[in-house]
Design a protein around this ligand. Structure first.
Ligand code: HEM
Length: 367
């Protein structure tokens, strides 16, 4: 068995469009194979193939209805305003701890229906899941694999409890929608709900957090682009948000497994070979993007692969993530026009996730 690294935009698109040849079911999230216990908690749609993937995706997509998201759209702007206002009061802040992390955490917890009392622990365990074993998040004495499993188990336990509560007493959150969702007479089992919840808790949170912190750092290093966006925010945000996603690529890699002997761009692959989709490289492919290393907030078209390639696993939360990024930048520019970065970022040590752990700044609010 060999590992192959796909770095070209066109090759990643082809792999994403051929799920029968390049499957996700043997693990899509990590570079290495993981033991079967992992599927207990991490076996949700991102690590499944059709027909089960399609069935489950239709059910969960039914819970992500425009109505649910419209209701949330209002909350997103209000939550962004409150997060930035709280950071403004602090003066000296950490961009990650005070802005980029709490905002998507609050949005996903509001959306899913996670009570206040559980939010800090949801953040701690999802940090472990996407840490890639970074020692800042995995305690020194603990084996990273056990740390992942413990984190998954604690999120799954919480989901099981909350799903039971929603069955007894429905509310208007995503968890209730998941409990009630039905496509062709099929409902999700409690186990399916809890592993989807685990997926949402980290996929819906850490990715957006890293897009925001890396976006702030990128704009700090590109003052002209930032100033132009501030001057014409509403007109530029549709292209600006996608350029930030291309430039920062918070999910650096995903994995596929060849289901048979096949070829890709003239290379031979054997059944069982692993293919790493290196989105971060594809998003700087000079055959597709003019001046790929330049941040151009007006870039259009912008066929970046930050949310994955065109295929059955394309990110379910792409629209929500875009709405969150736009909302937080709108508020940061409005309430903190003199936000000044005062340190160097500490980057996450992970092959799969591009992220920042800490970045200090001074937030001077409007007088
Ligand atoms: C900037 C933020 C985000 C980025 C960069 C991102 C990126 C990705 C990527 C690369 C994939 C995998 C595509 C593939 O395997 O082909 C994915 C899948 C997924 N994402 Fe996101 N994501 C983001 C935000 C979100 C949010 C906010 C949610 C939910 C609230 C979410 C939920 C999901 C789900 C459920 C999947 C699995 C879809 C499937 O397998 O059918 N993501 N995302």
């Amino acid at each position: 068995m060999q590992h192959h690294l796909t770095v070209r935009h066109g090759d990643i698109i082809e792999v994403s469009r051929r799920p029968a040849d390049f499957c996700s079911g043997q693990g899509a999230l990590w570079v290495n194979d993981l033991s079967p216990e992992f599927n207990e908690f991490f076996g949700s749609i991102i690590n499944l193939d059709s027909p089960r993937h399609l069935q489950l995706r239709r059910i969960v997509a039914a819970a992500f209805t425009p109505r649910t998201l419209r209701r949330l759209d209002y909350d997103i702007q209000r939550t962004a305003a409150a997060t930035v206002a709280a950071a403004a009061l602090r003066g000296d802040i950490d961009i990650v701890a005070d802005l980029a992390a709490p905002f998507p955490l609050t949005v996903i917890c509001d959306l899913v229906g996670i009570p206040e009392s559980h939010r800090a622990s949801v953040q701690t365990v999802s940090n472990v899941i996407v840490s890639g074993g970074d020692p800042d998040f995995v305690p020194h004495q603990q084996d990273p694999v056990n740390a992942f499993l413990d984190a998954g188990a604690s999120l799954a336990d919480l989901a099981t409890d909350l799903a039971e509560q929603r069955r007894r007493r429905p509310t208007d959150d995503l968890l209730t929608a998941l409990v009630q969702a039905e496509v062709d007479g099929i409902h999700l089992t409690t186990r399916e709900i809890s592993s989807f919840f685990v997926l949402l808790a980290f996929a819906g949170q850490e990715t957006t957090r890293n897009a925001i912190s890396l976006g702030i750092w990128t704009l700090h290093n590109n003052r002209h682009a930032r100033d132009a966006w501030v001057a014409d925010f509403e007109r530029m945000h549709p292209t600006a948000v996608d350029e930030i996603l291309r430039y920062t690529t918070p999910v650096a890699t995903m994995r596929r497994t060849a289901t048979r002997d096949t070829t890709l761009n003239g290379h031979r692959l054997a059944k069982g070979d692993k293919i790493l989709l290196f989105y971060a490289a594809a998003n700087r492919d000079e055959q597709v993007f003019r001046e790929p290393d330049r941040l151009d907030l007006t870039r259009a078209p912008n066929s970046h692969l930050a949310f994955g390639g065109p295929g059955p696993h394309f990110c379910l939360g792409a629209q929500l993530a875009r709405a969150e990024i736009i909302a937080i930048f709108r508020e940061a520019f409005r309430q903190l026009p003199e936000l000044t970065i005062t340190g160097e970022p500490e980057f996450l040590r992970s092959i799969s996730v591009n992220g920042i752990k800490r970045l200090s700044a001074r937030a001077r609010p409007l007088p």
